[in-house]
Design a protein. Structure first.
Length: 268
Protein backbone atom coordinates (compact mmCIF):
# COMPACT_ATOMS: atom_id res chain seq x y z
CA UNK A 1 0.00 0.00 0.00
CA UNK A 2 1.19 3.52 -0.81
CA UNK A 3 4.71 2.43 -1.74
CA UNK A 4 5.65 5.64 -3.54
CA UNK A 5 4.18 7.76 -0.75
CA UNK A 6 6.07 5.83 1.91
CA UNK A 7 9.28 6.20 -0.07
CA UNK A 8 8.78 9.96 -0.47
CA UNK A 9 7.98 10.55 3.20
CA UNK A 10 10.87 8.44 4.35
CA UNK A 11 13.25 10.48 2.14
CA UNK A 12 11.70 13.70 3.49
CA UNK A 13 12.13 12.47 7.07
CA UNK A 14 15.76 11.44 6.50
CA UNK A 15 16.74 14.79 5.01
CA UNK A 16 14.86 16.65 7.77
CA UNK A 17 16.24 14.73 10.76
CA UNK A 18 19.82 15.16 9.57
CA UNK A 19 19.54 18.93 10.16
CA UNK A 20 17.01 18.88 13.03
CA UNK A 21 18.62 17.10 16.00
CA UNK A 22 15.87 18.24 18.40
CA UNK A 23 13.16 16.59 16.27
CA UNK A 24 15.13 13.36 16.34
CA UNK A 25 15.32 13.54 20.16
CA UNK A 26 11.67 14.49 20.64
CA UNK A 27 10.58 11.75 18.25
CA UNK A 28 12.53 9.25 20.34
CA UNK A 29 11.17 10.65 23.60
CA UNK A 30 7.57 10.28 22.36
CA UNK A 31 8.29 6.86 20.89
CA UNK A 32 9.36 5.56 24.31
CA UNK A 33 6.02 6.64 25.81
CA UNK A 34 3.78 5.34 23.02
CA UNK A 35 2.91 1.81 21.99
CA UNK A 36 2.23 2.76 18.34
CA UNK A 37 4.44 4.60 15.84
CA UNK A 38 4.12 8.41 15.82
CA UNK A 39 1.69 9.61 13.11
CA UNK A 40 2.44 12.81 11.17
CA UNK A 41 -0.35 15.35 10.73
CA UNK A 42 1.47 17.28 8.00
CA UNK A 43 4.76 18.50 6.62
CA UNK A 44 5.57 21.85 5.02
CA UNK A 45 7.70 23.07 2.12
CA UNK A 46 8.74 26.58 1.06
CA UNK A 47 9.59 28.12 -2.30
CA UNK A 48 9.59 31.29 -4.44
CA UNK A 49 6.83 32.19 -6.95
CA UNK A 50 9.29 32.08 -9.86
CA UNK A 51 9.63 29.53 -12.65
CA UNK A 52 10.70 26.75 -12.49
CA UNK A 53 10.23 26.34 -8.70
CA UNK A 54 6.72 27.73 -8.15
CA UNK A 55 4.38 26.23 -5.56
CA UNK A 56 2.44 24.44 -8.34
CA UNK A 57 5.58 22.59 -9.44
CA UNK A 58 6.18 21.32 -5.92
CA UNK A 59 2.50 20.43 -5.56
CA UNK A 60 2.69 18.35 -8.75
CA UNK A 61 4.81 15.78 -6.91
CA UNK A 62 1.94 15.23 -4.47
CA UNK A 63 -0.91 15.43 -7.01
CA UNK A 64 0.62 12.58 -8.97
CA UNK A 65 0.55 10.50 -5.77
CA UNK A 66 -3.20 11.03 -5.36
CA UNK A 67 -3.31 14.23 -3.28
CA UNK A 68 -6.02 16.82 -3.83
CA UNK A 69 -5.80 20.61 -3.39
CA UNK A 70 -7.25 21.95 -0.12
CA UNK A 71 -7.46 25.49 1.25
CA UNK A 72 -5.63 28.63 0.17
CA UNK A 73 -3.99 31.01 2.66
CA UNK A 74 -2.72 34.58 2.31
CA UNK A 75 -0.07 36.24 4.48
CA UNK A 76 0.02 39.86 3.42
CA UNK A 77 2.70 41.20 5.75
CA UNK A 78 5.07 38.31 5.03
CA UNK A 79 4.21 38.45 1.28
CA UNK A 80 3.39 34.75 1.17
CA UNK A 81 0.75 32.62 -0.50
CA UNK A 82 0.10 29.05 0.63
CA UNK A 83 -2.03 26.09 -0.19
CA UNK A 84 -2.58 22.76 1.50
CA UNK A 85 -2.99 19.33 -0.09
CA UNK A 86 -4.59 16.25 1.38
CA UNK A 87 -4.75 12.60 0.47
CA UNK A 88 -8.03 10.61 0.37
CA UNK A 89 -6.48 8.34 3.04
CA UNK A 90 -6.73 10.52 6.18
CA UNK A 91 -3.73 8.74 7.74
CA UNK A 92 -1.41 10.05 5.00
CA UNK A 93 0.16 13.37 6.13
CA UNK A 94 -1.25 16.58 4.74
CA UNK A 95 1.14 18.94 2.94
CA UNK A 96 1.36 22.73 3.41
CA UNK A 97 3.25 24.52 0.62
CA UNK A 98 3.98 28.24 0.63
CA UNK A 99 5.73 30.58 -1.80
CA UNK A 100 7.24 34.05 -1.44
CA UNK A 101 5.54 36.60 -3.72
CA UNK A 102 8.88 37.85 -5.01
CA UNK A 103 7.28 40.52 -7.25
CA UNK A 104 5.99 42.28 -4.10
CA UNK A 105 9.49 42.52 -2.59
CA UNK A 106 12.19 45.18 -3.08
CA UNK A 107 14.05 45.36 -6.41
CA UNK A 108 17.21 44.28 -4.56
CA UNK A 109 15.56 41.12 -3.23
CA UNK A 110 13.99 40.43 -6.63
CA UNK A 111 17.41 40.65 -8.29
CA UNK A 112 19.05 38.31 -5.76
CA UNK A 113 16.28 35.72 -5.76
CA UNK A 114 15.87 35.64 -9.56
CA UNK A 115 19.63 35.14 -9.84
CA UNK A 116 19.47 32.16 -7.48
CA UNK A 117 16.39 30.54 -9.00
CA UNK A 118 17.81 30.97 -12.54
CA UNK A 119 20.55 28.48 -11.58
CA UNK A 120 17.95 25.72 -11.12
CA UNK A 121 17.81 23.20 -13.94
CA UNK A 122 14.08 22.95 -14.84
CA UNK A 123 14.48 19.20 -15.36
CA UNK A 124 15.65 18.80 -11.76
CA UNK A 125 12.32 20.16 -10.50
CA UNK A 126 10.40 17.22 -12.00
CA UNK A 127 12.85 14.60 -10.75
CA UNK A 128 11.63 12.24 -8.02
CA UNK A 129 14.23 13.48 -5.54
CA UNK A 130 13.47 17.20 -5.99
CA UNK A 131 11.59 17.65 -2.71
CA UNK A 132 14.67 16.53 -0.76
CA UNK A 133 17.32 18.03 -3.01
CA UNK A 134 18.22 21.13 -0.95
CA UNK A 135 19.42 24.24 -2.74
CA UNK A 136 20.14 24.44 -6.45
CA UNK A 137 22.20 27.63 -6.42
CA UNK A 138 25.43 29.09 -5.15
CA UNK A 139 24.89 31.21 -2.05
CA UNK A 140 27.46 33.20 -0.10
CA UNK A 141 26.93 34.22 3.51
CA UNK A 142 26.72 37.97 2.71
CA UNK A 143 23.84 37.37 0.29
CA UNK A 144 22.07 35.25 2.92
CA UNK A 145 22.47 38.12 5.42
CA UNK A 146 21.08 40.69 3.01
CA UNK A 147 18.02 38.53 2.28
CA UNK A 148 17.57 38.15 6.04
CA UNK A 149 17.21 41.91 6.48
CA UNK A 150 14.11 41.98 4.28
CA UNK A 151 12.57 38.52 4.59
CA UNK A 152 13.44 35.74 7.05
CA UNK A 153 11.47 33.44 4.75
CA UNK A 154 13.56 34.37 1.69
CA UNK A 155 16.80 33.80 3.60
CA UNK A 156 15.66 30.43 4.93
CA UNK A 157 14.47 29.23 1.52
CA UNK A 158 17.65 30.44 -0.19
CA UNK A 159 19.79 28.66 2.42
CA UNK A 160 17.95 25.34 2.70
CA UNK A 161 16.12 24.98 -0.60
CA UNK A 162 13.94 21.95 -1.11
CA UNK A 163 13.33 19.80 1.96
CA UNK A 164 10.59 19.55 4.60
CA UNK A 165 10.97 22.54 6.90
CA UNK A 166 8.95 20.76 9.57
CA UNK A 167 7.19 17.53 10.39
CA UNK A 168 4.13 17.68 12.65
CA UNK A 169 3.15 15.11 15.27
CA UNK A 170 -0.57 14.32 15.28
CA UNK A 171 -1.62 14.68 18.94
CA UNK A 172 -4.93 13.00 18.02
CA UNK A 173 -2.99 9.76 17.52
CA UNK A 174 -1.03 9.91 20.81
CA UNK A 175 -1.99 7.87 23.88
CA UNK A 176 0.24 9.53 26.49
CA UNK A 177 -0.57 13.14 25.59
CA UNK A 178 -3.98 14.66 24.93
CA UNK A 179 -3.47 18.43 24.72
CA UNK A 180 -1.06 20.95 23.21
CA UNK A 181 -0.39 22.32 26.73
CA UNK A 182 0.75 18.82 27.81
CA UNK A 183 3.16 18.42 24.91
CA UNK A 184 4.53 21.93 25.56
CA UNK A 185 5.15 21.01 29.21
CA UNK A 186 6.95 17.83 28.22
CA UNK A 187 9.12 19.80 25.77
CA UNK A 188 9.98 22.42 28.38
CA UNK A 189 10.73 19.74 31.01
CA UNK A 190 13.29 18.34 28.58
CA UNK A 191 14.85 21.71 27.80
CA UNK A 192 13.42 22.36 24.31
CA UNK A 193 12.61 25.94 23.29
CA UNK A 194 9.04 26.60 22.16
CA UNK A 195 7.91 29.25 19.67
CA UNK A 196 6.01 31.77 21.82
CA UNK A 197 5.02 34.15 19.00
CA UNK A 198 1.24 34.51 19.30
CA UNK A 199 1.29 32.36 22.47
CA UNK A 200 2.57 28.87 23.23
CA UNK A 201 -0.72 27.34 22.01
CA UNK A 202 -1.83 28.67 18.63
CA UNK A 203 -5.47 28.36 17.57
CA UNK A 204 -8.46 27.17 19.62
CA UNK A 205 -11.16 24.46 19.69
CA UNK A 206 -13.47 26.99 17.96
CA UNK A 207 -11.01 27.19 15.06
CA UNK A 208 -10.90 23.35 15.12
CA UNK A 209 -7.09 23.30 15.24
CA UNK A 210 -4.56 23.87 18.03
CA UNK A 211 -0.82 23.84 17.34
CA UNK A 212 2.57 24.50 18.86
CA UNK A 213 6.12 24.25 17.58
CA UNK A 214 9.72 24.20 18.71
CA UNK A 215 12.11 26.92 17.64
CA UNK A 216 14.28 25.74 14.74
CA UNK A 217 17.61 24.18 15.64
CA UNK A 218 20.78 26.17 14.92
CA UNK A 219 23.18 24.18 12.78
CA UNK A 220 26.36 24.79 10.80
CA UNK A 221 25.60 25.31 7.12
CA UNK A 222 28.07 25.57 4.26
CA UNK A 223 27.90 28.72 2.17
CA UNK A 224 30.20 29.21 -0.82
CA UNK A 225 32.62 31.36 1.19
CA UNK A 226 32.27 30.12 4.77
CA UNK A 227 30.42 27.90 7.21
CA UNK A 228 27.90 29.70 9.44
CA UNK A 229 25.40 28.69 12.09
CA UNK A 230 21.83 29.37 10.95
CA UNK A 231 18.30 28.21 11.89
CA UNK A 232 17.39 24.91 10.23
CA UNK A 233 14.06 23.16 10.79
CA UNK A 234 11.56 22.75 13.63
CA UNK A 235 9.04 20.22 14.97
CA UNK A 236 5.32 20.92 15.26
CA UNK A 237 2.41 19.40 17.19
CA UNK A 238 -1.22 19.56 16.07
CA UNK A 239 -4.54 18.67 17.67
CA UNK A 240 -7.58 18.63 15.38
CA UNK A 241 -11.23 18.91 16.44
CA UNK A 242 -14.34 17.44 14.84
CA UNK A 243 -16.54 19.46 12.51
CA UNK A 244 -20.34 19.32 12.98
CA UNK A 245 -20.40 16.49 10.38
CA UNK A 246 -18.28 14.35 12.70
CA UNK A 247 -15.11 14.42 10.58
CA UNK A 248 -11.89 15.96 11.85
CA UNK A 249 -11.12 19.43 10.47
CA UNK A 250 -8.44 18.99 7.81
CA UNK A 251 -7.56 22.61 7.00
CA UNK A 252 -5.13 25.12 8.48
CA UNK A 253 -5.66 28.41 10.35
CA UNK A 254 -3.96 31.38 8.69
CA UNK A 255 -3.52 33.40 11.92
CA UNK A 256 -1.72 30.44 13.54
CA UNK A 257 0.31 29.61 10.44
CA UNK A 258 1.50 33.24 10.34
CA UNK A 259 3.17 32.69 13.74
CA UNK A 260 4.44 29.19 12.96
CA UNK A 261 6.47 30.59 10.05
CA UNK A 262 8.44 32.50 12.69
CA UNK A 263 9.82 29.25 14.17
CA UNK A 264 12.75 29.60 11.74
CA UNK A 265 13.44 33.29 12.49
CA UNK A 266 17.12 33.95 13.04
CA UNK A 267 16.23 36.59 15.64
CA UNK A 268 14.42 34.06 17.87
C1 LIG B 1 4.70 26.85 7.37
C2 LIG B 1 4.01 27.52 8.54
C3 LIG B 1 2.53 27.17 8.65
C4 LIG B 1 1.01 25.46 9.85
O1 LIG B 1 0.89 24.33 10.31
O2 LIG B 1 0.12 26.33 9.96
C5 LIG B 1 2.29 25.80 9.18
C6 LIG B 1 6.17 27.10 7.31
O3 LIG B 1 6.77 27.45 8.33
O4 LIG B 1 6.72 26.95 6.22
O5 LIG B 1 3.10 24.92 9.12
NI1 LIG C 1 2.74 23.25 10.16
Amino acid sequence: MHNDLNALFSRLWQSYRRVTPSAERIHQLLGERESHPIVNDHIALRTFNLAPVRLDKLAGHFLKLGYQPGGEYHFEAKKLYARHYEHPDPDVPKVFISELLVDQCSVQLQAIVSGLVAQTNPGAVDADDFLTSGRHWKLDYGTYRSLLEESEYAAWTAAWGYRANHFTVSINHLESIKTVAQINQLLKDHGFAINTSGGEVKGSPQELLEQSSTLADRVALEFTDQVATVPSCFYEFALRYRKPDGNLYSGFVAASADKIFESTHASN
